[in-house]
Ligand binder design. Structure first.
Ligand SMILES: [Zn+2]
Length: 123
């Protein structure tokens, strides 16, 4: 997967990621949107939002404080069905499409998807 370099121009606007982290945790929103908000809130420079094991479940708890892990899997699947996140997304990493998300700073790696900067050959 090759991403173009950051191009903050045209119809792009900036958002405050902290706000989307809060929305992801807000049970007033529908789950598909909360999953998308989590992706928006935690995405790095290449649009990958990585979560430690079980963390997305904690983010998506309902007003009673629970979301079984299989439910989180289903919420991610339904969010993919709506095209809000990329098909390679899973509970450990939500991926936003480049045509909808760009960021100028941050990591360009993803452990879950095995994305690492190319190593330079040093003779
Ligand atoms: Zn990833």
């Amino acid at each position: 997967m090759r991403r173009t370099s950051f191009q903050f121009e045209g119809d792009f606007a900036a958002v405050l990621q902290e706000e989307y982290k809060q929305r992801a945790r807000d049970p007033r929103y529908e789950y598909r949107h909360r999953v998308e908000y989590a992706a928006m809130g935690w995405a790095n420079r290449i649009g990958h939002a990585e979560f430690p094991p079980g963390e997305l479940n904690k983010i998506l708890v309902d007003k009673h404080g629970v979301v079984p892990s299989k439910d989180a899997v289903n919420h991610v699947r339904r969010t993919k069905e709506w095209g809000l996140i990329e098909s390679e997304s899973n509970r450990r990493c939500l991926v936003l499409p480049e045509y909808r998300f760009q960021k100028g700073i941050g990591d360009v790696t993803c452990d879950d998807h095995g994305i690492r900067p190319a190593k330079r050959f040093r003779p």
